[in-house]
Design a protein around this ligand. Structure first.
Ligand code: NAD
Length: 275
């Protein structure tokens, strides 16, 4: 079966479950993305800094899947923030992917101390107007960064991709996103596989449904309305992570997951990352 879609604030449909390729070397990305496409994934999340846009693009090209059925996201890296450098970096990403448009282009980190995300986003508005990105958004923006961006630019981001998993549930960001009709996309949705998948509550809920801990966690995200982009290079896990559309967590399960929030960040704090 196929991942459900979310309708973004600009009317574009985005698959709610996609495939992330952080830390997948370029020469392994083609095989991993091909495996994901064969398993049914249609949304792929890469970034300039991952160094695998070319390998990802090769898998897209050789898949035979019509371009309109794919949803490709890439991200602008920190050292390219600024109006002109964003336009140039976008050209480079598009070239590496071998595409003539991306579905979603994101600012990777806000870098609040640099003060360049507004100019960066204005370049992305131009890319959007030119039809070379179908949607634009941000990643790792705290509510204060979103408020500044929305006040100073014209296009409300469709999505904010943030670290989010049962041990970091991000209530403040989710509330802010809901107020602005911004979708919430969870990075490291499985908590990078470290610890979270052994938490007794997660194991128990999974067992109750005859599913794996990873599947139970992904189901929790989907039922909250998050977009999720789990990563794996192991074919059996790639398939397992997509096999989550045939069961549902009940209210007790959701309440048990809600109790796991402990504000546990695995990645950098966006308020200070990048200086
Ligand atoms: P994840 O939470 O998806 O965990 C991936 C790891 O979990 C794998 O490497 C593997 O060790 C384990 N795993 C995966 N499937 C499993 C399964 N079925 N059973 C057991 N273990 C399993 O972590 P991630 O890669 O950090 O995040 C996913 C994606 O999010 C990335 O690939 C990337 O696309 C995106 N991301 C974005 C940012 C950002 O700053 N915007 C930062 C990190 C990640």
């Amino acid at each position: 079966s196929k991942a459900p879609s979310l309708t973004l604030n600009n009317g574009v449909e985005m698959p709610q479950l996609g495939f992330g390729v952080w830390q997948v070397p370029d020469d392994e990305a083609t095989a991993a993305v091909s495996t994901a496409l064969e398993a049914g994934y249609r949304s792929i999340d890469t970034a300039a800094i991952y160094g695998n846009e070319e390998g990802t693009g090769r898998a897209l090209a050789s898949s035979g899947i019509p371009r309109a059925d794919l949803f490709v996201t890439t991200k602008l890296w920190n050292d390219k923030q600024g109006y002109d450098s964003t336009l140039r970096a976008f050209d480079e990403s598009l070239g590496k992917l071998g595409l003539d448009y991306v579905d979603l282009y994101l600012i990777h980190w806000p870098l609040p101390a640099k003060g360049t995300f507004v100019d960066t986003y204005k370049a992305m508005e131009k890319i959007l107007a030119d039809g070379r990105a179908k949607s634009i958004g941000v990643s790792n923006f705290l509510p204060e960064h979103l408020e500044t961006l929305i006040a100073e630019t014209s296009v409300v981001p469709v999505i904010n991709q943030i670290e989010l998993h049962p041990q970091l549930q991000q209530a403040d960001s989710r509330t802010c996103h809901a107020q602005h009709s911004i979708a919430t996309e969870a990075w490291s949705p499985l908590g990078q596989g470290k610890g979270l998948l052994e938490v007794p509550t997660v194991v128990a809920v999974a067992r109750k449904h005859g599913k794996t801990p990873a599947q139970a966690v992904l189901r929790w995200h989907l039922q909250l309305g998050n977009v999720v982009i789990p990563k794996s290079v192991t074919p059996s896990r790639i398939a397992e992570n997509y096999d989550v559309f045939d069961f549902e967590l009940d209210a007790d399960d959701m309440a048990a997951f809600a109790a796991l929030d402990e504000g546990k960040r695995l990645g950098p704090d966006p308020a200070v990352f990048g200086g």
